[in-house]
Design a binder for this molecule. Structure first.
Ligand code: PA5
Length: 419
């Protein structure tokens, strides 16, 4: 289970200040747990069994087996919340022997689409178009182009390779019924970025060979912990309180960092969750992410000596996969101090050194997780979703809408002649 701690040698974030802030917001934790004051059309993810219960899991596993049997690739069409959770799990945990997951419908670049088409042309593939409203341009355009490729490749039988995940009653469902595509419900009471534990996040993971039951197990475990731990030990409340305190002290950027590149797509999910949920009404911390140790040779300089606008959140993996001994080869390379050590030792040393160096300059929050696996992803999604709702509540913003996103869309639709 994830553990929360922090280190701040500057003395700004203190144990007593954090406890006081958490105590102040203990009623908010109770309100969130009771779903009080939250839009019921956005809280479907809080009851895990509703969109990730036994029927859903069995259906997804059967569908995944069919796709694994007839496809070398599975094109997932979706943008933002419609692909980030699945991508973070699949890119971290994908295995040999399962269809390659191709992420598309997340850009308007012709170059990127040409590359996707070229890659799919030579493979047997299926697609899943994931779109809550089926108005967003990126998935809509990609779906059209890929349907055309499929028709050229498979003739009129191509419909058996098409899945679409949309809301019941939507134009996407109507299209599926008319054209004979498989239709999966997109939760009506969950917004994109909170849909990890539903058809949206779980089908691509199941196709890639991941154990989606473990994802759900991790989510349930985390939910149980967040609902039973007292406020002073509740990691979601403590983390949200720390973010809020630091925001009120003038910090404007939170940088999530890890020493495991496996987590790089999870970072994208986390950035979207907090940016789209909190960044409104001229408030919110800007969520950034960095992969260490590589970025220690770049943004590490800014962290240590640049504008004091950011604090750091480290995601530490206690027992990561992999072991590579640095056995000496007899050459005098100047690295004899590595003899007898493993890459794992180097990464641990880099982690400890970074925390010591950075916490001398800025507050450093640390989350420790035992290992990276399906269960951990279920825990992480659930943990950060609750923390984000709490943190948004402290800022006084609605964590579930994204009115600012509509502004550019309006101008774009106008430019393209959409009526
Ligand atoms: O979190 C959200 O609600 C958004 O990021 C959406 O997921 C994203 O805009 C895609 O929307 P749609 O699934 O309607 O195409």
């Amino acid at each position: 289970m994830l553990q929360f701690s922090f280190s701040d040698k500057t003395g700004r974030l203190t144990e007593s200040a954090l406890r006081a802030e958490a105590a102040k917001y203990a009623p908010l934790l109770e309100a969130v747990k009771a779903q009080s004051g939250l839009d019921p059309m956005s809280t479907g993810w809080m009851e895990i069994g509703r969109w990730a219960g036994e029927d859903t899991l069995s259906n997804l596993e059967a569908l995944a087996r069919k796709i694994q049997g007839d496809s070398d690739a599975f094109a997932v069409i979706g943008v933002g919340g419609s692909n980030n959770a699945a991508r973070s799990m699949v890119e971290a945990l994908k295995k040999e022997g399962f269809p390659e997951i191709v992420w598309t419908g997340n850009t308007l670049s012709a170059h990127a689409m040409e590359k996707t088409l070229a890659a799919l042309r030579t493979k047997d593939f299926s697609i899943d178009c994931i779109a809550k409203n089926f108005e967003t341009l990126e998935p809509g355009a990609a779906f059209r182009v890929l349907r055309r490729l499929m028709r050229e490749k498979y003739g009129e039988t191509f419909a058996s390779r098409v899945i679409a995940t949309g809301t019941i009653g939507s134009s996407l469902e109507a299209l599926c019924r008319k054209e004979g595509y498989t239709f999966l419900p997109f939760p009506t009471d969950i917004g994109g970025r909170y849909t990890a534990l539903s058809n949206v996040g779980l089908l691509p993971a199941a196709v890639a060979g991941l154990d989606i039951r473990k994802v759900v197990k991790g989510a349930r475990k985390m939910r149980e912990a967040l609902y039973t731990l007292p406020p002073e030990e509740n990691p979601a409340l403590l983390y949200a309180a720390a973010r809020h305190l630091l925001y009120s002290m003038g910090y404007r950027v939170e940088m999530l960092c890890s020493f495991e590149p496996q987590l790089q797509w999870f970072f994208k999910w986390w950035v979207q969750l907090f940016a789209e949920s909190e960044g409104k009404k001229d408030t919110g911390l800007f969520p950034a992410a960095s992969l260490y140790s590589e970025e220690l040779h770049a943004v590490g300089q800014f962290v240590q000596e640049g504008s004091p606008i950011l604090f750091e959140t480290l995601l530490d993996v206690q027992d990561p996969d992999g072991s590579v001994p640095l056995t000496p080869d007899g050459a005098e390379d100047g690295f004899s101090y590595l003899d007898g050590k493993d890459y794992r030792d180097l990464n641990r040393a880099a982690f400890a050194a970074t925390r010591t160096a950075h916490s001398g300059r800025l507050p450093v929050v640390t989350f420790t997780i035992p290992r990276i696996g399906e269960e951990a992803f279920g825990e992480l999604f659930t943990f950060f979703q609750y923390a984000c709702v709490l943190s948004s509540g402290m800022l006084g913003v609605d964590p579930f809408d994204q009115p600012g996103v509509e502004a550019y869309k309006g101008w774009m639709f106008k430019a393209l002649g959409k009526t």
